[in-house]
Design a protein. Structure first.
Length: 82
């Protein structure tokens, strides 16, 4: 899958996060079409990745910004929302 290559993640990880079984992904790839719910999930994922790509890169230019990015990502990773 092109997206897994671009994100440098395994197809298994992608299907787990995306919430679609691998066989369904294979069928969608063959049909070259996602259903509305899958399209919505993919759009949300692309939007979040785009924002994350832009914002952390700007913040990583300073030590304080890098620490803030790291702190937020660690909180999200451990389910601490604040």
């Amino acid at each position: 899958m092109a997206l897994t290559k671009q994100l440098d993640i395994s197809p298994q990880y992608f299907t787990a996060v995306f919430g679609i079984p691998h066989r369904s992904i294979a069928r969608r790839k063959e049909a070259r079409q996602l259903n509305p719910q899958e399209s919505d999930r993919l759009d949300r994922m692309a939007s979040a990745l785009s924002l994350a790509d832009e914002l952390p890169l700007e913040l990583l230019g300073s030590e304080i910004g890098a620490r803030q990015v790291e702190e937020v990502l660690l909180r999200l990773n451990y389910g601490i929302f604040s």
